[in-house]
Design a protein around this ligand. Structure first.
Ligand code: ADP
Ligand code: MG
Length: 402
């Protein structure tokens, strides 16, 4: 789950990370009031979308597709500037390197006190699965094109690790500050910021925090001027407050639907739809499909507590995907009963129309009953007793369709 910059900065502030004062707005009027309230002559007028590269993006009119303004992050030097920029941003389509050609409609704006920047740095925290730690990466080459830095001068990116339980070692934080050539209060600021961010990363169950740019101001303060925060969805049950931060308009409709039914769904480029229970089994199913020369159309984990309704939704999501030329259902019955899955699959197929081959592999609780239900239905369902057999069948069946 992703959140907006202004929401990320609320969390930063709570965690003790320095940010500029700012106000979230929805309308041009809001923006003008925010300008008056902030009391800063210079402010940044910032488009809020779930994608980076806003500064170098382009705004278009959503009806005429005409170019409205270059740059989705603007520095305003007066109230008039704020009005002009807010008008050019709200309700427009912002196209950036990360949005794809269709862009994203800007429904939210952030008015932030202007910052006098001495230098722009890059800072990010990520999960390092191999080291079972939080990887902290930073570079003096911050600003807008960090991907290029990573590619051309990887040595300019410095790394330290924070232990998820023991936290960050001060020695490592000081070493990072030295690598970024920070001194005096800037050095202290960075050390305390790294500590706050690693705590926040664990407490809020983040999967990524990216600050680009992290800046050194003219008074030597280290300030997070951008905020990209993503959460680990598997931990959402521990953080009910996340629901309020969710912006449905930023999410794909089908992903929202999947999420609302407790499904983990990721669309992929292949043609074989997969409906599986358990993330591990879903990964294994995708691997075995690939082993037989097929390409999965999605990752879909219906979870352990799937109901008839959620399975029908899941099956519907797969059927709606035009790229799907065959479906593999691979269920290991534990709490979930295979015959219930069979009935749900039949129900969804009857309702939505099944036009592609379907292979079902059941194992575990009520698999015999499940197979019976499928054998006695009118649908053209192929059954398999192992994953390998199921994957091979669906790959061959989709091939013969071509
Ligand atoms: P994006 O990464 O999506 O382009 P940023 O938040 O990084 O958006 O903003 C782009 C650039 O705008 C930053 O690199 C910084 O130079 C400038 N900027 C952003 N916020 C402010 C601010 N409050 N004051 C001054 N400059 C800012
Ligand atoms: Mg940025």
């Amino acid at each position: 789950m992703n959140i907006h910059e202004y929401q990320g900065k609320i969390l930063f502030k709570e965690a003790g990370v320095k940010v500029q004062n700012g106000i979230h707005c929805k309308t041009v009027n809001d923006a003008l009031n925010a300008y008056d309230l902030l009391g800063s002559k210079v402010v940044a007028v910032k488009s809020q979308i779930h994608a980076g590269g806003r500064g170098k993006g382009t705004l278009y009119d959503i009806e005429t597709n005409e170019l409205v303004m270059e740059g989705g992050v603007k520095i305003a030097f007066s109230r008039e500037d704020v009005e002009e920029y807010a008008k050019n941003i709200i309700g427009r389509k912002l196209v950036t390197k990360q949005t794809g050609v269709n862009g994203k409609i800007v429904n939210n704006l952030y008015i932030e006190a202007g910052c006098s920047i001495e230098h722009e740095y890059y800072l990010a925290l990520l999960v390092d699965r191999e080291k079972k730690s939080i990887l902290i990466m930073a570079s003096t080459e911050g600003g807008m094109d960090i991907e290029e830095v990573a590619e051309k001068t990887p040595e300019a990116i410095h790394k330290i690790w924070a232990h998820p339980v023991d936290g960050l070692n001060e020695k490592d934080a000081l070493e990072m500050a030295d690598n970024l050539n920070l001194e005096g209060n800037s050095k202290q600021d960075l050390v305390s910021m790294l500590d706050s961010l690693s705590r926040m990363f664990v407490e809020k169950d983040c999967s990524m925090i990216e600050i680009n740019p992290l800046v050194r101001s003219d008074s030597g303060e280290m300030i997070a001027l951008d905020a990209k925060v993503s959460f680990d969805d598997n931990a959402s049950f521990r953080h009910p407050w996340r629901e309020e931060m969710r912006d449905h308009s930023e999410e794909e409709e089908v992903e929202t639907r999947a999420h609302d039914h407790g499904l983990s769904y990721v669309k992929l480029d292949g043609n074989i739809g997969c409906l599986v229970n358990g993330a591990g089994l879903a990964m294994a199913s995708m691997d075995v499909i690939k082993l037989y020369g097929g390409e999965p159309a999605n990752f879909l984990d219906i979870g352990g507590g799937a109901t008839r309704e959620s399975i029908t939704t899941a099956f519907g999501i797969i059927l709606e995907d035009d790229n799907v030329e065959g479906i593999l259902v691979n269920i290991f019955g534990g709490i979930i009963q295979c015959d219930m899955v069979a009935r749900s699959v039949i129900e969804a197929s009857n309702e939505l129309g099944l036009k592609v081959p379907l292979v079902v592999r059941f194992s575990g609780t009520n698999h015999v009953e499940g197979k019976e239900v499928l054998d006695n239905c009118d649908l053209d369902v192929h059954t398999a007793s192992t994953l390998a057999e199921g994957a091979e069948k669906i790959v061959n069946l989709t091939r013969s369709v071509e």
